[in-house]
Design a binder for this molecule. Sequence first.
Ligand SMILES: [Zn+2]
Length: 291
Amino acid sequence: MMMTQADSQPVGPYDPSLFEGPARREKRDIPDGLWMRCSKCEATLYRKVVAENQEVCPECGYHFRLTGTVRVAQLTDPDSFEELFAQIAPADPLNFTWDGKTLADRIATEQAKTGALEAVRTGIAYIKGRRVALGVMDGDWLMGTLGSVVGEKITLLIEMGTEQKLPLIIMCMSGGARMHEGAMSLMQMAKTSAALARFDEAGGLFISVLSDPTTGGTTASFAMLGDIVIAEPGALIGFAGQRVIANTIKSELPEGFQRAEFLLEHGFIDRVVHRHELRSELAEIIDYCER
Ligand SMILES: [Zn+2]
């Protein structure tokens, strides 16, 4: 697949607007630091209270988006996360440029911002005492896009889980395939899916947890291949963006389309689990399946 500068936007289902707006703090009329505004109910909230509430709005239950670091801290037993494959660094194979910046420049910016080389953290952790192979995607890192390194790290994680017979948990959050890598990004869908097929043949348990947003090539591959697929309340989950679908089928989309609750009702996912219950839920599923 050849990509040119003119193709740089929009490319495929990848939609940068998914990562603007609702999750980002409204800064206009709130002093920096102590206070924040809920992007759903617009309540003014004490930031510390929201943090203590696992980044869930105490007024309306809106689940704020988490960085990879916060997600790992919330989900795992204290100091139990042992990061693996962290040294694998991304490249800019097509020397891709858009808006006057190369992918390589953007990679450097994302690395400086997050302190991580790539958009997924992988390793071994304990959840309520259960040892698991854990992958956590970071939407803060170039929109959690599925590039070659993300695909490689997830594949290595799956293979380690297969060898060590560990339950596999992947926390998904992604704007889709990293189209700036062209076909090298798209082949990660097949690679991760093939590794999951071998994991499944070996009798492994894979729980996929979808957070807001999980879209594009990520949804079209490992995110939806869980033995159990869980979503956080209100999470946007889909392949193509809503505007693209509405324009293609030339009709209005139903209320709540592509949201976790709508997808549960239509049998696309298995459960919607509040963030407060997530650790217990994962531990229970692991115990149930290991019996
Ligand atoms: Zn709220």
